[in-house]
Design a protein around this ligand. Structure first.
Ligand code: B12
Ligand code: SF4
Ligand code: SF4
Length: 387
């Protein structure tokens, strides 16, 4: 999905301060100003990179050739546009990257929720309000503030939705390294943060790329429930639970359903085991606070929501983007997986919730409900059929 907003060029020329040789804006001062303004807006780090990422482009092309993007047609459609910011926004010479922490303080412990099959696990990034809007607003304020102070310049803000290789550019701007699980992480921040960028025609001074610190650790690879990290730094999205529960529109492949466990929106396992997340910080932005008890919701209760209730409760959340049908599909799988629960508690409640939607209006949901009910006919945890 490309960013529909136009490239901006705003600011008050009378407020321009200082001059770098050949440039109307004092670029060193502009960078210091940006860093200070970014901190005030809640970003924990800002870095500047050039637009050249030829090696990453090669990795991207190989990833696409292998079909690892699955149903994410936009990844193939955009191709090398993603690794060439100046083709996306002509005139771009620098990418200013920022990170914002999202781990919500006060949320129920992730491993407790993952271990309780009566509950649904929602990725910790989606417990509060949709980060796209929060980050985009703050980035626009950052760019407008700088233009107001220093004078007009060309820019475009991006958060996730524009075709930009965000992690590679942020790495080159010094924000962290790409870990073997393929997320960006930093020694002082772990990986629980979002990325955003400003593409600009200002030739700001460059930062130094972050060096890698995974060392001999490979903890994230076997921690992945579906084996999606097929090799260090290489993610087959088609197997990734984040992809399957969020991006994938059709039926979840039957052979992967049991491995989803109770994960109903996104997945955090590869990051939960990462030793660097000991150094992660909690979110400071109030909009990342947990809403609607999503840190530990009861699956059976979630499955009673009507489409109207889903809309009313999830509007403003990233979850709203997947819509009621995919949300219901995911919960059906988790309710089916509850049949394999060690404790056996809450099984009747789960099965009753599934029965109530056997005749669901959506064929996709009906098929997943049928599969889930089938799991209750398999031998139970004590070797007894549960029927
Ligand atoms: C498509 C996408 C997905 C896909 C594919 C993920 C992926 N790794 O590509 C799916 C749906 C699976 C996904 C899942 C998640 N995503 Co996502 N996703 C994106 C998106 C839109 C594009 C990523 C992309 O370009 N992939 C293309 C492939 C080629 O890139 P790659 O796997 O990262 O490969 C790079 C390296 O690994 C390396 N590489 C590749 N192969 C090889 C081989 C060797 C030998 C070497 C050395 C290197 C190497 O080079 C590649 C290019 O830099 C970005 C936003 C953006 N515009 O960048 C968000 C983004 C990456 N996602 C994000 C998040 C938060 C997540 C989840 C954590 C959400 C969740 N909890 O469920 C999971 C994490 C899953 C994981 N382990 O990566 C954040 C990551 C923040 C961070 N700290 O890194 C981003 C940046 C969004 C944002 N603005 O904050 N995502
Ligand atoms: S997000 Fe989950 S499924 Fe995807 S690679 Fe990480 S652990 Fe595996
Ligand atoms: S778990 Fe280990 S290998 Fe994986 S990203 Fe973290 S440090 Fe790197």
């Amino acid at each position: 999905m490309t960013d529909p907003r136009p490239k901006h060029s705003v600011g008050n020329p009378e407020k321009r301060q200082g001059r770098d040789a050949g440039h109307p804006i004092d670029l060193r001062a502009a960078k210091l100003e940006l860093a200070a303004r970014a901190r005030a807006l809640g970003f924990t780090k800002l870095g500047v990179a050039s637009i050249d990422i030829p090696e990453d482009e090669q990795h991207l092309l190989r990833w696409l050739d292998e079909g690892f993007h699955g149903e994410m047609a936009y990844m193939r459609r955009h191709g090398t546009l993603r690794s060439r910011p100046a083709e996306l926004v002509p005139g771009t010479v620098r990418v200013i990257s920022v990170r914002m922490d999202y781990w919500p303080s006060g949320a129920r412990d992730a491993s407790e929720v993952l271990g309780d099959r009566a509950l649904g696990y929602v990725s910790r990034y989606a417990l509060g309000r949709d980060y796209h809007k929060i980050m985009r607003r703050a980035l626009a304020q950052l760019a407008e503030g700088l233009a107001g102070e220093m004078g007009p310049f060309g820019y475009r803000v991006c958060v996730d939705s524009a075709p930009v290789l965000e992690k590679a550019l942020a790495r080159n701007g010094g924000l962290g390294w790409i870990g073997k699980h393929t997320n960006l992480l930093a020694r002082d921040a772990g990986s629980w943060f979002f990325l955003g960028e400003i593409l600009t025609d200002l030739p700001l001074p460059l930062d130094t790329a972050a060096s890698p610190h995974c060392g001999s650790c490979e903890a994230c690879i076997p921690a992945c429930p579906t084996g999606a990290i097929v090799a260090p730094y290489r993610l087959d999205a088609r197997r990734c639970i984040s992809y399957l529960t969020i991006e994938h529109h059709s039926a979840i492949p039957v052979e992967l359903r049991p491995a989803l466990g109770n994960r109903i929106y996104g997945c955090d396992d590869c990051q939960l085991v990462c030793p660097w997340n000991k150094f992660a910080r909690t979110a400071t932005h109030p909009d990342f606070k947990v809403r609607h008890g999503l840190d530990a919701p009861r699956l059976a209760e979630l499955f009673t929501w009507t489409a109207a209730e889903f809309d009313a409760r999830m509007r403003g959340s990233a979850i709203y983007r997947i819509g009621y049908e995919r949300w219901s599909r995911n919960i059906a799988v988790a309710l089916g997986n509850a049949a394999a629960s060690e404790s056996g508690q809450g099984l009747e409640e789960a099965r009753a919730a599934l029965h109530a939607r056997k005749e669901d209006a959506s064929a996709l949901v009906r098929e997943h409900v049928e599969w889930a009910l089938g799991r209750y006919l398999e031998p139970g945890p004590m070797g007894q059929p549960i029927s």
